[in-house]
Every structure is written in C-alpha cells, then in structure tokens.
Design a protein around this ligand. Sequence first.
Ligand code: FAD
Length: 465
Amino acid sequence: MTTHGRPISADALGAAIGARLPGVRLLTDPLDREAYRLDETAYLSAGLPGAVVFPTSTADVVELVRIAAELRVPIVPRGAGTGLSGGAAGIEGGLTIAFSAMDRILEIDRENLVAVVQPGVINADLKAAVAAEGLFYPPDPASYESCSIGGNLGTNAGGLCCVKYGQTRDSVLSLEVVMADGSVIRTGGKNVKDVAGYALTHLFVGSQGTLAITTEATLRLRPAPPPRLTMLAFFATLEAAGAAVAGIAAAGLTPATLELLDRFTIGAVEEMNNLGLDRTAAAMLMIESDMPGVAATEELERAEAACRAAGATDLVRAADAQEADLLRQARRAAHYALERLGDVRMEDVGVPRARVPDMLRAIERIAAKHDVQIGTFGHAGDGNLHPDLVFERGDPTAEAKTEAVKKDLYQAALDLGGTVTGEHGIGSARLEWLEVQRGADAVRVMRAIKTALDPLGILNPGRVL
Ligand SMILES: Cc1cc2nc3c(=O)[nH]c(=O)nc-3n(C[C@H](O)[C@H](O)[C@H](O)COP(=O)(O)OP(=O)(O)OC[C@H]3O[C@@H](n4cnc5c(N)ncnc54)[C@H](O)[C@@H]3O)c2cc1C
C-alpha cells in the first residue's frame, strides 16, 4: 500500500505498529500473515496483509486507525474469518485487525435484558453464557460455534431462527465504534426505544467494516424459550416443498426454524451423519416450534397441515430434545457434508417467501444448463437459499462454470424480486452486482455516505462498494 504515493513495506508497517503499540500482539512473518489472506469464500483471490494485529482495547484500535490513516494503509477488520463474501479477506500490504483477543462478555444485565460484549466473542459462547442465566440471544448462523459477534454485526448475519427472531440487526441496541478519523462514538444505549437522530446502529450493522470498526456491542436478550419441538417433512418434488413454505407463511405461522434441504444435500448429510433421513425425497423441510406448552404442538400441527396440503410424502417428529439437537446439528453441517464430496462454492440468493418454488425451479434449470451439480439448502422460511456448487476436486472448468452459474442465479433471483445475497454480504465477491440490484442512484447515496465517513478510503476498501 502507499503513503503519499510511495508503497509502504510490510516491514515499515510492522515497525510503526510495534513502536506505537509495543504490548500488542503483531504478526509480521509472511507465513503467519498467510493465514489471514482468505476467509471461507472458496473462489476468491485475495491479498497478503502487510501486518496482522490483535488489539485488546478500544484505545488500541484507535491507535491502529491513526497509524493506518497516517500511512494511508487500508484496514481490514476481521472476526473469525468464516465469512462467505471475502469481507475479511486480506488486502495486499494492508493492516488486518483481528478481534480474537477482544473476546470478553462485559455484562449480562438481567433487568434490562441486554448483554454488553466485545466483538471477538464467539456467538456460541454468548448463547451459552446467557442461557446459563435463563436468557436467549437469538441470532444463530449455522457457523455459530466459530463465528464472532463482530463478524455477525459486520455482515448482519442471519441463520436458522431469523424466520421468527430476525437477523442480527434486530438484536442490537447500540454499538461503540471507532471511526476512520480515530474518533470513538456510541450509537445508542440500553434503551429499547430511542429515536434520537439518524439510526447509526443500523447503518453500521451489515456495512462489512467499510464505515466504522466495532469495538463493543449492546445486544438485546430474551427470556429463554422452551425446548423446541421438531418436525421433518419430506416431499417428492422441490416445488411441493417450496409450496409448503409458502403455505406455512400464508397460514400466519412463524416457526422458530423453517429450513430446506434438497435431495443431493440430504444424501450428503446422511453420508456424514447416518440419521435415517429419506434419501429418495426430492426435498426435506425442518420445522421447529419453541412456543410454550400445547401451543408448540398446535403450531406444528398447523404446519403439518400446510405440508400435507402441499403434498408431503412423509412427516416425522423428533422423539425428544436430544434427537432434535442431532437433526439441527446435521442441518448446520450441510455445507461441510457437501464439502466431503468435492470442491464447493456456496451461494446465497434470496427471494420473497412466496417465490421460493420459482427460485428452486430456476436453480434446477441453471444446474442442468451448465451441467453443474448443485446441492441446495437454506433458510427457506426467509426465502434465503444456499445453492452449493459442487465440483470434482481440481476440476479445471470450476472457475468458469461458477461465474456462469452465479450470473444466472443472481439474475433469476432479481427477476423474482429477490436479492443476490440474503445474509453473506456483497463483500468483494459480488461487487459488480450491487448496482445491478440496487440501481445507480442508490449506489451513489451509499458512496456519499462512505466518502463522508471515510474520506481517505482506508476502511476495508473494495468491499461492498
Ligand atoms: C459452514 C458455514 C455456515 C454459515 N452459516 C451462516 C448462516 O447461517 N448465516 C449467516 O449469516 N452466515 C453464515 N455463514 C457465514 C459467516 O459465518 C457469517 O457471515 C459470520 O457473520 C461471519 O463472522 P466472522 O466472525 O467469521 O466474521 P469475518 O468473516 O471475520 O468478517 C465478516 C465481515 O465483518 C467485518 N468485521 C468483522 N469484525 C468487525 C468489527 N469488529 N468491526 C467492523 N467490521 C467487522 C469484516 O471486515 C467482514 O467484512 C456461514 C459460514 C460457514 C463457513
């Protein structure tokens, strides 16, 4: 990267950080930095960071931002690196700020039903800590055992229970962020209602580290719901499963989980977990209720009726909470199950719920057109599907085919009034599609915000915009 037009070497960047933050862990060895080149986005090429640094306080982050601004070095904030859009991938010669050492839960406030956390806290650790107090933090990306709250905020992560509880954005009350000029602001407090000024919290959530760097978050908790009742519904066609999703929504139901797996994904999950799922079914829905008492049974009965009306061939209830946990874990591992079969590239299209059958049909058509194996699973209750492209390992045509398939998938989603990314983000992987989806005027507004908040363009440049 450059300072006043001159490139800054990794050595010079490391030396500047070492001199001003002598106590902070810093990686300068190229082999160590290599581990921070990529996130989980399989088809990305990314740069080698010039330095990787692990702050332990907001003051450290402020100093790092000042150094980066002085040297005109781009900053990549990084949580656990599980992102699927290249948002935390390295920038050649840039400064990657990794938040794994800012991983404390600062407060669990029962009276106000909030938790105050540092960004490096792992989602599952927060869930476990609040569960021990009889409380519940809803956002649950399938990667919840490895991804961080900072990354969840960066991407506005979704997950399995968004259909009832919303995305990460819906569980955030306030952020402490470091701005590109090194100033520190708080966007809110513990107030449930607070409409003073612009909604900066919601502007920063999902901005993928391009507008500000999160150093603390005040998150909304709920009383822990009862253990879930879990049902699996199997269908002979993808379309019937899609119709069941639309039918459940039309019946006014909000199950805690409404997930879909297609035949290929069911097979992969079975190979890995041997749960006895019906491998001949074209699709399976996993439907869960966390309503209290008999209300849960009633909710599942009504969901069952919607599934039968759509043509479900088989309906199975989990025998107990342990079996339900196993099924949920298996769904969460769908991507890894597919990865056992080849090189996988995960996509993330979204459509209005009622168009799920159309999107499923489009995915089948696109897979056949390009002769690519696609395993589709995802958060069908949100209209958010993950078509996973599976290639034989080392297939030389994989890159070209991925590009062609992506183009058709995105266009199909947009034609159905949908989005090119439901929860993973534009990042650096889908840049050229932002304007196609949002239009030039909307992107101009986004650029104006970016320029106002980050005039030097040092915060995660080349991501989102
Ligand atoms: C198997 C698997 C399953 C997944 N399932 C889901 C799912 O169900 N739902 C879902 O939404 N995602 C899912 N993901 C994607 C990923 O886990 C999420 O996007 C997650 O939110 C990323 O968290 P992270 O800590 O790994 O963040 P990273 O990948 O490190 O970063 C993500 C983005 O946030 C920014 N960022 C990180 N920390 C900060 C900070 N402190 N301040 C400002 N910006 C910051 C980064 O710059 C980057 O743009 C899955 C990934 C995998 C591999």
